[in-house]
Design a protein around this ligand. Structure first.
Ligand code: SF4
Length: 92
């Protein structure tokens, strides 16, 4: 999760093994999601992952497929999204 985003300094996942956030199957993401549930920067983390089209791992407490669902809903309901292109990954 390399970036210069300020919120990352407050990330709860800084204290745990990063591998936890990249489980071999999305069904094995519950431990990472538990860490995210207590993270104070969950929303900016999720926003970042969606904006960047992060294709792997748990971000903002959501799996890749869950983020895709959120991104599609945001695109359909947000007038602002109409003027900003969605990361190509989420359109597939
Ligand atoms: S929401 Fe989860 S992945 Fe994002 S910074 Fe917090 S603990 Fe890390």
């Amino acid at each position: 999760m390399a970036s210069s985003q300020e919120w990352q300094d407050k990330a709860a996942c800084r204290e745990v093994a990063v591998e936890m956030f990249f489980p071999p199957a999305e069904q094995e993401s519950e431990v990472a999601k538990a860490v995210c549930s207590n993270c104070t920067v969950r929303q900016p983390c999720l926003d970042f992952a969606i904006a960047e089209g992060e294709r792997f791992g748990i971000w903002g407490g959501l799996t890749t497929q869950e983020r895709r669902t959120v991104a599609v809903k945001q695109r359909k309901t947000s007038l602002a999204a109409a003027s900003e292109p969605l990361a190509p990954f989420y359109l597939g």
